[in-house]
Design a protein around this ligand. Sequence first.
Ligand code: FES
Length: 161
Amino acid sequence: MNLKPETLKRIDEVITHYPVKRSATLPLLHLIQEDIGYLPPETVEWVAAKLEIQPINVHEVITFYPMFRQSPIGRRHIKVCRTLSCALSGGYKTCDTFKQEFNTGLNQVSPDGEVTIEFVECLASCGTAPVVMIDEQLHENVDCAKAKELAARIKAEAAQR
Ligand code: FES
C-alpha cells in the first residue's frame, strides 16, 4: 500500500487502542480512504494482514458500508444532502446545478478530473437547507445561484494550479 508515513504511523497507533485487533478494521479503512481518497483492491489483503484476520472479513466491511469508495474520486468531493429538509428546500435542483456545471453525473469523476458529486444523507444542518459539503467544508442555504458561485470558485482554483 502506498500510504503516507504519517498514515502508517496513525494506523499502528490506532491498532493499540483495541484489545482485539479486528476491532480496528473500520478506523483503518477510514484512515486509508482519508489518505488516498478511496480503497484500492489491495486494501483487503493489506488490512487483513495488518489485523491478522481473513481478507473476507475486510471485504465484507468495505462492501457493507456505503461511505467506503472502491474507485477514485475527483480532486474535490461535493456532497449534496438529499434528506427531507434539503430535498424540500431544493436540494435536488442544487445537485442538478453542480452536475451541469461540471458536466458529470453522480458518483463519477468529472471529465476534467476536478470533482465527484455525491448525494448523501443528512449533514446535520437541516435548519439551513439545502446543505452541501465540499471536501471538509459545510456550505448552507445552497440554492442554484450559490451552487453556481461555488462551482465557479472551484473552477477558478483549478485554473490556478
Ligand atoms: S436534511 Fe439536509 S442537513 Fe439535514
